[in-house]
Design a protein. Structure first.
Length: 203
């Protein structure tokens, strides 16, 4: 096995959020399916964890934004405990990114803008699904079809109040690059009052 590319702070630059975007773009260019997928870990107030996959749809100077039903399990847990972690894994590139931080609801304007960009059928599904609650599959399909008749393609579909964005404000972002003999590169950025500090961790 040949060695994989080394990873240094100069490779990533001073802005870890931009570095994350660059890695997502490189994964997309390499043909990775859903390169913006991450696993979101939340916890109850007493510390019981849970995790699931979502798609990060916006990355900007304020953090990373995904969208969900806020009455789902993750939404309820984030409302009670705003500590959150994200993990992106691109196994074919021998790379991953770990993010830790706090979560908050996005603005109504951000939620409306992304809602309006979604496919028609996906908006119907978001209304039809009482996410994270027990349901009969046939009943779910029937509800979607009922909504489809009430809202034909091209007609406006109001965004449900329970559906919207979650903004993750990172306090640390770790970049992992696989290397030969498991001498991997790990660089973690930690937020400070002046920006970000970066340190190398042992693999």
């Amino acid at each position: 096995m040949e060695d994989l590319p080394k990873l240094t702070p100069d490779d990533l630059g001073d802005d870890p959020l931009q570095a994350y975007v660059d890695w997502v773009d490189e994964a997309r260019d390499a043909g990775v399916t859903d390169p913006d997928a991450v696993v979101v870990a939340t916890a109850t107030p007493d510390g019981a964890p849970s995790a699931r996959a979502v798609l990060v749809r916006v990355v900007d100077a304020d953090g990373m934004l995904f969208f969900t039903n806020r009455s789902s399990r993750k939404g309820r847990e984030l409302a009670a405990n705003d500590q959150v972690a994200l993990t992106a894994v691109w196994t074919s590139l021998h790379r991953s990114v770990r993010v830790e931080g706090t979560a908050e609801w996005s603005t109504e304007a951000e939620s409306d803008a992304y809602w309006d960009s979604r496919p028609h059928g996906s908006r119907l599904a978001a209304i039809a699904s009482p996410q994270s609650t027990p349901i009969d599959r046939d009943a779910l399909q029937a509800r979607w079809e009922e909504l489809s008749r009430a809202h034909p393609e091209g007609t406006p579909i109001p965004r449900p109040e329970r559906w919207g964005g979650v903004r993750v404000r990172p306090t640390s972002i770790e970049f992992w690059q696989g290397r030969r003999f498991r001498l991997h590169d790990r660089l973690v950025y930690r937020r400070t009052t002046d920006g970000w500090d970066v340190v190398r961790l042992a693999p």
